[in-house]
Design a protein around this ligand. Structure first.
Ligand SMILES: [Mn+2]
Length: 324
């Protein structure tokens, strides 16, 4: 990894202004790693800005709003979508975190405006991705971008603000479903390091709190889930449009039950799109199933999108693939 950190450091030093941009619907992995990277760049004495989709009070995820309110003391320079052009100067490096897909970044137009781009992601490579990068690190086996950033902090022998460390730890916990998936020795080491530099467990729990009604609604779907054979569970949502991560959360929670080695959740993620989120504890390769349906992913963590199809039809397609 040292070569990678070195290359990244060179890129930072080469540029006068670094803009950090993560994916839409920012989560704790994207926010934690963005803030960490922001502080790293700042420590190099460089001008740095964070591109955010929404203002603190506008986020759908109350945890994200809370996190943003708790870092006010850091005086982060934030750019919002309505006035970004004025901040683009000649020698800018745009760093994209926690996604590599053009249509997932907060502002795809910015990709055209800034020549030098760096991408750091841990999602499985999809189509329509950001090309022409001056730096790229993609590792779908990595738990989170926060784990990458901890490695970078250690390499640089730097630390971050304790609240940023807390947000990063929260991100690792969410992305690994509490250290259940994609968790390696380095993931635990990253968590330990974050505690060491001041991450706070009580603050973390505050950030993880969720709305009771949302929890109960999810519980209701979990209740209606079924076993589709000896060791796989399936949950089908109603026709309401949800975020892909909502499906993932349900699949992950199903993995905690007796006899469930793999879990699938089917739901509508767009007017014309039905998505399936697949999770496995590692004994069953769910990527195989999702690939067969035109999707992709990882052994323990995969997904697919089916267009112009009903929830019932999607279920039938999945069952057929599993039977084969
Ligand atoms: Mn992530």
């Amino acid at each position: 990894m040292a070569e990678i950190w070195e290359q990244l450091t060179k890129e930072i030093k080469k540029h006068d202004h670094i803009i950090i941009m993560a994916h839409k619907d920012i989560d704790f992995d994207a926010l934690g790693s963005s803030l960490c990277f922001y502080q790293i760049v700042e420590s190099f004495g460089k001008k740095v800005s964070l591109f955010l989709e929404k203002r603190q009070e506008e986020h759908d995820n109350p945890g994200i709003s809370k996190a943003l309110s708790k870092i006010a003391h850091l005086n982060i320079h934030i750019i919002y979508p309505n006035h970004y052009k004025e901040y683009i100067d000649e020698n800018t490096l745009l760093v994209i975190l926690d996604t590599h897909k053009i249509d997932r970044v907060v502002c795809p137009h910015l990709l055209d405006l800034v020549k030098d781009k760096a991408v750091i992601d841990h999602h499985v490579k999809g189509s329509h991705y950001i090309k022409d990068t001056v730096f790229s690190y993609m590792n779908s086996g990595l738990s989170s971008i926060n784990e990458f950033m901890v490695g970078y902090l250690k390499y640089l022998e730097k630390t971050v603000d304790p609240m940023v460390a807390t947000i990063m730890l929260t991100g690792i916990e969410i992305d690994t479903n509490n250290f259940h998936i994609k968790t390696t020795e380095l993931t635990y080491e990253a968590a330990a390091f974050l505690m060491h530099i001041g991450a706070d467990n009580i603050e973390k729990l505050e950030l993880l709190k969720e709305n009771k009604d949302d929890y109960l609604k999810r519980l209701d779907f979990v209740k209606k889930s079924e076993m589709i054979n000896d060791n796989m569970a399936l949950c089908i949502l109603d026709d309401t449009i949800v975020l892909p991560k909502d499906l993932a959360i349900i699949s992950e929670s199903l993995l905690l039950f007796d006899n469930v080695d793999a879990a699938f959740t089917i739901g509508r993620t767009d007017e014309k799109v039905i998505s399936i989120s697949a999770r496995s504890i590692g004994k069953i390769d769910v990527e195989e199933y999702m690939k067969a349906l035109g999707g992709g992913g990882h052994l323990t963590d995969a997904a697919c999108q089916l267009e112009n199809i009903s929830l019932k039809e999607a279920k039938q397609e999945l069952l057929q693939v599993i039977k084969r």
